[in-house]
Structures are given as structure tokens and as C-alpha cells.
Ligand binder design. Structure first.
Ligand code: 4AD
Ligand code: MG
Length: 476
């Protein structure tokens, strides 16, 4: 019978002989194959009877080769594993050309592995990261399904540029060299595929709101695109975002939902992906040892995840945060690149990180931001100058979540759009929600890759998505 490595290592196997297919990780002393098939971080040891095996065949058992093994699962004679396979027969399914194969059994830099992203999941680190990514994705769908949310697929090509979340990628099939022109020399998008200018979406929120106002509780989980030229370890041009949207829920409810949701999905991987987490924790500890003492983290990876699950997120208004920042040491000593002078300042990532990493030392929910640094659709507070916005900041990551209570009052929303020059014709359908059966509603967006970064301890967002899209880079 055919098994996976995971089954052989964890289940009681009664049918013998067994069969398995996988890739050779290492081959030692012409005898011991460490075999992996992706089902677990662990390898199974296959013991070859080398005296009775053709030498030409032995030579082809090299790191990276795909093989098919038949044999008997037995208690291991050696240390390091409970069971192993006594090989009866072995077939090479695919040679690995050891002189050229890039993934050798040694430490490779992440930069090198990024250039070989099609092979990097053959390493322990990247297979663990991608198994965790998959588990988190499942846990997210499970959470919403368990809690009465409907999954909605919002469009990826959009005709509205209202979100203002950043630069957009144009979608067009016009002839780049000879586009149709208007009399004034500008491109005539009426002749484009959709008869208007279209872009890749930066967020599914506005469409999700339409469904929340009939189905009650919905969420979208899809790719979003931003053409910002920010080459940082936390930005991608193509990333995945989870956006729940709930009718009759205010900002407090939104904070409760976001916190419960994040704790729940992190608990899921703590329970189901223990071995991968332990491997990544150890990797991180080794990496920490190379850093100066002062920069080392006080908690291990699993401790950090548990800390987030076990402690309340600190809820702090923007106004309180500004007071803290104005009076903090790095601000007074001009250590910040952007000095906080007064209320109204937009917070940079250095300020956010100070608040979570140095001041509060836990996840922080900042709320009630100045209206003029936030999007048009956020609900205006009674003070007339702040909006019911919230950002969730995480240690080591910075902004993980952005959300708000939405402006449900037609006149207030229209006025805001007018002030920002957002044409009503473009968002007529969005305004209709406020016209027909309007209600308090709220939602947020969680950047999936930032969550994967937190759960895996990876420091660069390019290493938690299979094929990162960043400025000047769309290989694979
Ligand atoms: O704060 P943002 O821009 O919020 C929205 O788009 C709202 N429409 C969400 C909503 O209320 N439904 O983005 C949400 C999150 C950020 O907090 C961050 O985690 C992530 O998306 N994010 C990015 N992740 C990777 N690369 C980028 N370039 C990102 N930009 C935002
Ligand atoms: Mg944001």
C-alpha cells in the first residue's frame, strides 16, 4: 500500500510491505536515504541494502531525485527516529543532476532561494512556511464559516478608483503604441475593452459592503494590487487580503471581531502545525544568536504567538497615542525621522513600532483617527474632526489590519465625497446603500502575508508568498 511520510511516522501501519514516493533530501554512507514528500517537515529514513544494490543505481540516489521505494516499515535500529523503511526495491523516477541542482543540503541565503523560488519549497524553512500559509488560509475560512459569514468573491478588475489606497495597475487591451485618442490628444477609454478605464482592485471592501447590506455578514479573501513604489520588507504589489463586512456592527464590535478572529486563526496553527512552528522557532533562535544582545527578541516564536492569543489587545485612541509619541524619548531627542509635532500628524511605521514594541509591548488597536488622513467612507464622529477608523499594530510587523465603521448617512457621505472631488456618478451604487435601508456597518482588511509573517517569524514579506510581485520583479 502507498503512504505519505506523515502517515508512516504517525499512524499504526499494519499492511506490509509499504510503498512511498518522494524526493531524496540526503543520502549518507551509501545506505541511509532521508526521504521527504511534503506531507510533513520530517523525513523518513529508508535503509538501502547497498551490498545487493546495483552500483549504477546507488549513484543516482542524489539530493533532489524523485524515487519510488517499496519495503518494510520497521522499528529503527538507529537513533533519531522511531521507524524506518527497509528497502526491498527502489526505482528512480527522476534524476536530479547533482552537478547542477541548486538546492544542496547546506544553508542557502534567502536571497539565493528567492532567485530559485520554484525550488525553494524543497527546503525545510520554505516548506514549513508554505504549509503554515495553507493552514492559516483554511483556518480563516473555517472561522468565518463557523461564525455565520458568507464567503463572497469580489471583482478583481474594477471600474472605480475611489478607495484611494494607493496607485493602481491599469487593465487595458488597447494597442500600447497606437491607442485611440480623443480630440484633445488623451486616450479614449470608451474604445477600451470595458468601455471605460479599469484597474486591478486595491480592496474588495466597497463591493463587500453591498453584500453585507443584504446577507448580513460576509467576507472576501482575494488578491489585491497596489502599484506603490515602496520597496520594503512589508509591502508587495500583489498581496492577499481578508475583508469581513458586517451589518449592524459598530466600531467596538469591529475591534472585538478582529481580535477574536486573529486569536482564533493563530490558535488553529498552534494546534495543527506544531512541528512546522517548532522548526521555524529553532531557525529563528539560531538567527537571533547572530544578532547583538540588545536586538534579540525576548520571546521565542511560539511564545509570541501564545502571548497574542492570551492577552487583550490594547485599545488606544489616536489622540492618546499622539500624546505618548509627542512626549517619548526618541521624539524629544529627534531620533525619529518624522518628528511628531502636533495632533493631526500621520503616523509612520517608526511611530507605530515604537508604540507596540517599546511602549505597550503588545498588539495595539489605534482608533478614532483624524478624518483628513483616512479614507472618505469612514464614519465621522460627533467632534466633526475624527473618524471611526481602527488600525491594528503588531510587534515586529507594524500595521496588520486597517478598518472602520462606515459612513451610513447619505448626506454626510455625499458631502465628504464632494470635498474630496470623488464624483457621485462613479459610486452611484455605493450611495444607493445609504439611500435604501441604510444601517450602521463596519469591517476591516487584514493583510494575509503580514499575518503569515507573524505566524512564521519570517522577516521579509517576499518569503511568505510563493511568487512575490515587487517593483522590478515579476519572475515566475
Ligand atoms: O489599510 P488598508 O489599505 O485597508 C483597506 O484596504 C480597507 N479597504 C480594508 C477594509 O476596511 N476592508 O489595507 C489593509 C491591510 C493593511 O493593514 C496591511 O496589513 C495590508 O492590508 N496591506 C499590505 N500588505 C502587503 N503589501 C502591501 N502593499 C499592503 N498594503 C496594505
Ligand atoms: Mg491602512
Amino acid at each position: 500500500m502507498s503512504y505519505t511520510v506523515s502517515q508512516l511516522l504517525t499512524q499504526d501501519i499494519t499492511f506490509q510491505p509499504i510503498e512511498i514516493k518522494g524526493w531524496v533530501r540526503t543520502f549518507r554512507a551509501n545506505r541511509f536515504i532521508a526521504l521527504n514528500d511534503g506531507s510533513t517537515i520530517n523525513n523518513i529514513q529508508c535503509v538501502v541494502d547497498f551490498e545487493n544494490t546495483d552500483e549504477a543505481l546507488l549513484k543516482r540516489i542524489t539530493t533532489g531525485a524523485a524515487i519510488h521505494v517499496k519495503g518494510e516499515l520497521v522499528e529503527s535500529q538507529g537513533k533519531g527516529q522511531k521507524v524506518e523503511i527497509q528497502v526491498h526495491s527502489l526505482e528512480i523516477l527522476g534524476d536530479s543532476h547533482p552537478d547542477e541542482y541548486p538546492i544542496q543540503p547546506k544553508k542557502h541565503t534567502f536571497e539565493f532561494l528567492r532567485e530559485n523560488a520554484h525550488l525553494r519549497t524543497r527546503t525545510n524553512t520554505f516548506s514549513a512556511v508554505m504549509r503554515l500559509r495553507s493552514a492559516l488560509s483554511f483556518a480563516i475560512h473555517k472561522y468565518f464559516n463557523d461564525n455565520g459569514f458568507y464567503h463572497m468573491h469580489t471583482p478583481i478588475i474594477t471600474g472605480s478608483d475611489a478607495e484611494g489606497a494607493g496607485e493602481m495597475f491599469r487593465v487595458t487591451n488597447l494597442d500600447a503604441k497606437h491607442p485611440p485618442l480623443d480630440d484633445d490628444g488623451t486616450i479614449n477609454y470608451k474604445e477600451d475593452f470595458f468601455g471605460k478605464e479599469t484597474n486591478l482592485t486595491v480592496s474588495g471592501q466597497l463591493e463587500a459592503e453591498t453584500y453585507a447590506m443584504s446577507l448580513g455578514k460576509v467576507y472576501t479573501f482575494g488578491p489585491t494590487f497596489r502599484a506603490e513604489n515602496s520597496n520594503t520588507s512589508r509591502h508587495l504589489a500583489e498581496f492577499w487580503m481578508i475583508e469581513p463586512e458586517v451589518a449592524f456592527m459598530d466600531l467596538d464590535g469591529n475591534m472585538d471581531l478582529a481580535e477574536d478572529f486573529m486569536k482564533s486563526v493563530l490558535s488553529y496553527v498552534l494546534e495543527h502545525n506544531r512541528e512546522d512552528l517548532e522548526f521555524l522557532e529553532k531557525r529563528l533562535l539560531d538567527e537571533e544568536k547572530t544578532k547583538p544582545q540588545a536586538e534579540r527578541s525576548e520571546m521565542s516564536l511560539i511564545e509570541k504567538i501564545k502571548f497574542v492569543i492570551d492577552n487583550n489587545f490594547k485599545r488606544v485612541s489616536y489622540t492618546e497615542a499622539i500624546d505618548i509619541l509627542k512626549n517619548c524619548k526618541p521624539n524629544k531627542k529627534k531620533k525619529f525621522k518624522y518628528i511628531i509635532k502636533e495632533w493631526g500628524a500621520d503616523l509612520q511605521s517608526e511611530h507605530e513600532r515604537f508604540l507596540v514594541e517599546k511602549h505597550f509591548k503588545c498588539p495595539v488597536i489605534l482608533f478614532d483617527y483624524p478624518a483628513n488622513i483616512k479614507a472618505f467612507y469612514m464614519r465621522l464622529n460627533e467632534d466633526g474632526k475624527t473618524v471611526r477608523a481602527m488600525d491594528i499594530l503588531f510587534p515586529g510587523i507594524g500595521e496588520m489590519v486597517g478598518g472602520s465603521q462606515r459612513e451610513e448617512r447619505l448626506e454626510v457621505l455625499k458631502e465628504k465625497m464632494k470635498a474630496l472631488d470623488i464624483p457621485e456618478e462613479e459610486l452611484w451604487w455605493y450611495l444607493d446603500l445609504r439611500k435604501y435601508g441604510t444601517a450602521v456597518h463596519s469591517g476591516f482588511g487584514l493583510g494575509f502575508e503580514r499575518l503569515v509573517m507573524f505566524a512564521t517569524g519570517m522577516g521579509n514579506i517576499r518569503d511568505v508568498i510563493p511568487y512575490p510581485r515587487t517593483p522590478q520583479n515579476a519572475e515566475f
